[in-house]
Design a protein around this ligand. Structure first.
Ligand code: SF4
Length: 447
């Protein structure tokens, strides 16, 4: 946002009607300036003001959706160079490449991996996002047939890759209305590619041999009527990818260069044939600042570390991931089952819950709200301490579900056991549990 809250306020109707959800026009202006509100929430902005505000409030890197429906993947809209400044917003989309020179079995195996390889972590499902289809044969009919096959085989968004404009058009027509990304327009053919994209509801990759070359014609694609553009700056190895990605992000955010204010794509599988080198390139691209990466396959051994890395990089560092306070039942506990208390830091919950599940011992897990802190952090912040825990346990309703009186605390806060016992009184018996979650199964079996 280039305008201040006061400058925006001057362009608003100033009736304080509250229809936008803000109590006053000034509050709405401040929210707009901070990127926390959308202009279209106010129905009374004049057309003239809309033009000024839309231009000024557009994010420095345009957000672009690839695909349709629930599986559409958004990339771009990033606001910072470094995650600690605020947060990264839309995680790098991971695409799997198939070509029309592969036999059916290979295509099927890759699409199957794309559809099925996923991991559960901190309550989220982590998976790859897009299918890239390359016209390696040069034959428009083969390419169109593969696009049609892919449309029936996956719900993920498509990237259609061809140098042959007839093939690109045939593929785009087959995927009309599915939000495909066309790869790629160059300085020589962007007018025709833009036409194909407009006719089929697609977005376009602007591809050049350098950052400068791409910035020379990306704006012309927009002028030709396609607003959703992705940039390929021609990187061929780690060094050029790292350099170009930094150039583009800096130019978009710091120099407000609109011609480079788009997400980027890196076709990693063209940079190396070595799957582990490709994973290393992916790891760098996720950190620095690729919008989309195209990989040769979506195999479990490479995806797990990459997806977890992506999750970590794109998690807001100012907001801990947390669980709701309450009683969680694991392995169908009954009145005799042990009770473990811990904090609502999501990672703590999922690690402890996974170990309890693995033990197969029916267990009650009592989760206390400490603003998403881990056990030791919450203890040192005075939130996971005896005089806060005891009232929570008494009010939790846990006692009504069990026929014993034992409550197990994490071994890391063994020092609070005496005070906790005193606060709880004789209705409970405090038991010191394990320090490491990995020791929980053996501990529970001994209870
Ligand atoms: Fe002001 Fe528009 Fe919000 Fe009404 S809807 S309070 S006019 S900004």
């Amino acid at each position: 946002m280039g305008l201040t809250g006061i400058q925006i306020f001057k362009l608003l109707p100033k009736t304080n009607c509250k229809e936008c959800g803000s109590p006053t026009c000034l509050a709405f202006a401040m929210a707009l300036a901070g990127g926390k509100a959308e202009l279209d929430k106010c129905p009374y902005v004049s057309d003239e003001a809309k033009v000024i505000l839309s231009e000024a409030s557009a994010p420095p890197i345009r957000g672009i959706k690839i695909g349709s429906g629930d599986n559409a993947k958004k990339v771009g809209e990033e606001l910072v160079l470094y995650r600690h400044e605020k947060t990264f917003i839309n995680p790098t989309a991971i695409a799997c490449l198939v070509t029309d020179k592969m036999d059916d079995a290979e295509v099927d195996a890759k699409i199957n991996n794309l559809n099925t390889v996923s991991f559960e972590r901190v309550g989220l499902t982590l998976a790859a996002d897009l299918l890239a289809i390359r016209n390696s044969s040069g034959d428009a009919g083969k390419f169109e047939a593969l696009v049609n096959k892919a449309l029936g085989a996956t719900e993920k968004g498509l990237i259609l890759m061809s140098d042959n404009l007839d093939a690109l058009e045939a593929g785009a027509k087959a995927a009309n209305g599915k939000g495909a990304l066309l790869y790629a327009a160059t300085a020589d053919n962007f007018e025709k590619v833009a036409e194909i994209a407009k006719a089929n509801g697609a977005s376009v990759v602007a591809k050049g041999a350098s950052v400068e070359e791409v910035s020379d014609f990306s704006g012309k694609i927009v002028a030709a009527g396609v607003k959703d553009v992705v940039l390929d700056t021609g990187a061929t190895d780690l060094k050029s990818m790292f350099y170009n990605e930094n150039q583009v992000r800096r130019a978009a955010l710091k120099a407000k260069n609109r011609d480079l204010g788009y997400p980027t794509i890196e076709v990693l599988c063209d940079m190396t044939d070595d799957p582990y080198k490709e994973a290393m390139l992916a790891s760098v691209a996720i950190c620095k600042y690729a919008g989309i990466i195209v990989m040769s396959d979506i195999d479990k051994e490479r995806m797990l570390p990459l997806l977890v890395q992506r999750l970590n990089i794109y998690t807001d560092p100012q907001r801990p991931m947390l669980m709701d306070e309450g009683i969680y039942e694991i392995n169908k506990p009954g009145p005799d089952s042990p009770v473990i208390i811990t904090t609502n830091f999501a990672l703590t919950y999922f690690i402890v819950a996974a170990e309890i599940e693995a033990s197969r011992v029916p267990t009650w897990l009592l989760i206390m709200d400490v603003e998403g802190m881990s056990v030791l952090t919450a203890w040192s912040a005075g939130k996971f301490v005896a005089d806060a825990m005891a009232p929570f346990v008494k009010k939790s309703g846990m006692k009504e579900k069990i026929s014993h009186n034992k409550i197990i605390i994490p071994g890391y806060v063994a020092q609070i056991s005496g005070e906790f016992q005193e606060e709880l009184g004789t209705e409970w018996e405090v038991v010191i549990g394990t320090r490491e979650a990995s020791d929980i199964p053996a501990f529970l079996k001994g209870q």
